[in-house]
Design a protein around this ligand. Structure first.
Ligand code: CMC
Length: 423
């Protein structure tokens, strides 16, 4: 029977080390026994697991996603975003009393300091909401200096509640500022997501109540975005958190990671791409451009999923419910044709490129009336509990230290400084 271990021989010395394969990984620490000065060269961490984690499990070949063991399909159908946030951060689903307390605390921390509202007003009228959001989250750290006490579990929990509670408020205010609209302050009688939609859309209507179907759909989208293990933004959260920075600074950094078009910014790019394609008839030509490397098929491909992204499946179903209320997004036909053409093409089949979470989410956001530059802000609201769960897990993990990879230095050898007049 095959032995579940690796034996590696250093041919320079003849020494060997046998390393057990545990959970599909081999320990770099064991390999370092051979040579303490040897580093593993792994650009973009293609083959590196940086931590143990109990939060989210992905099987990229089977298209499986589970939070704390619960299948994403069950959570999307039966749970709520705040319950999922509790699950991610605390490890278990809450009891009724725990859920009530959690929701109460988050509901009663939604207000931001008035100086924060003025801070947001300081941004130009055309500031991208993600730029404003990143800066505002970072600014929160100056309002809560006690957040630096990251070793105290109570202080940690208070900042977690504040971040969860204030993200929708800050997100909505970035939009209102961009539109020149007065801020609509949070209310306590609506749900987390209902309150956010009210802060976005209510104008001169104190009794505004968001549509329940759209509220539920957005709540489901937040659930689908809530965590995705060691993605770029979560790795940023862990990296910044590993220097023992306060959680506002770390979440601001994670939000920067999310902003990029290869990560959370892809949802915005998908809609721009669909507009550029413009009609059903142009789909095949666009796919050819993607195959030639001229453009990326936005919302396609994933580092981990080599199968249909399970979140994309659920989003497609959610879209049906949303479009019944909002009317069909005319780009849907182009998106479905694009999926069909790409999935029957050997370029995409051979590389196992499938639609990811961002492919259909933008169609829903657009149908709901969100401007394109708010899409990644919505992703950030959803991903906040995942970032916080990873931060807590990292702080409690005795194996973790400050994140500090090595490099291969390939620059010049020592050379002497040349005065400017001699260059
Ligand atoms: N369109 C065309 N070709 C692609 C695409 C795409 N969307 N994605 C990957 N490929 C090709 C790529 O050119 C490469 O081909 P080759 O082997 O010939 O060089 C091959 O497929 C493998 O791609 P990769 O870039 O090595 O894969 P990666 O794991 O480094 O990147 C990715 C993953 C998501 C960044 C990439 O697939 C991509 O750029 N997709 C478009 C942007 C996108 O939708 N991002 C959202 C990701 S899911 C949600 C999130 O994380 O926020």
């Amino acid at each position: 029977m095959a032995d579940d271990s690796f034996t590696i021989t250093d041919n320079r010395t003849g020494e060997s080390v046998t390393v057990p394969v545990v959970d599909g990984t081999i320990s770099a620490a064991a390999l370092r026994e051979l040579d303490r000065g040897l580093w593993f060269y792994d650009p973009a961490y293609l083959s590196t697991a940086n931590c143990d984690s109990k939060i989210t499990e992905i099987d990229g070949n089977e298209g499986i996603l589970r939070y704390r063991g619960y299948p994403i399909e069950q959570l999307a159908e039966q749970s709520s975003f705040l319950e999922v946030a509790y699950l991610l951060i605390h490890g278990e689903l809450p009891t009724e009393a725990e859920a009530a307390e959690w929701i109460h605390h988050i509901t009663f921390h939604t207000y931001v300091h008035e100086d924060i509202t003025r801070f947001i007003k300081g941004f130009r009228y055309d500031a991208h909401p993600m730029g404003t959001l990143v800066s505002t989250i970072a600014a929160l750290s100056t309002f809560y200096p006690e957040a630096k006490d990251i070793d105290d579990p109570y202080t940690r929990l208070v900042q977690i509640i504040r971040l969860m509670a204030k993200m929708p408020t800050m997100a909505a205010f970035t939009y209102r500022n961009r539109m020149g609209l007065p801020y609509e302050y949070p209310v306590n009688h609506l749900t987390y997501t209902g309150n956010f939609l009210r802060m976005m859309w209510s104008v001169a209507d104190p009794d505004y109540v968001p549509d329940p179907t759209l509220t539920r759909a957005l709540d489901v989208l937040f659930i689908l975005h809530a965590d995705h293990e060691q993605n770029c933004s979560t790795t940023t959260m862990r990296t910044v958190g590993s220097s023992r920075a306060d959680p506002y600074s770390a979440v601001a950094a994670a939000t920067c990671g999310l902003y990029g078009p290869l990560h959370g910014g892809a949802n915005e790019q998908v809609i721009r791409m669909l507009h550029e394609i413009g009609s059903f008839d142009n789909v095949a030509a666009y796919v050819e451009r993607a195959k030639s490397g001229d453009v990326l098929l936005q919302g396609f491909g994933h580092r981990v999923y080599k199968n249909y992204d399970p979140r994309a499946k659920i989003i497609k179903e959610t879209a049906d419910a949303v479009f019944k209320v909002t009317g069909l997004n005319p780009l849907l036909d182009i998106a479905m044709k694009l999926e069909e053409v790409a999935l029957s093409d050997s370029y995409f089949k051979d590389r196992r490129l499938y639609p990811n979470v961002d492919f259909y989410s933008g169609l829903i956001y657009e149908a709901m009336g969100f401007p394109l530059d708010m899409f990644t802000v919505l992703f950030a609201i959803g991903r906040t509990p995942g970032w916080l769960a990873h931060w807590v897990e990292m702080l409690g993990d005795p194996e973790q230290k400050i994140y500090r990879p090595r490099q291969k230095y390939t620059g010049p050898d020592q050379r002497d400084y040349v005065p400017i007049e001699n260059r």
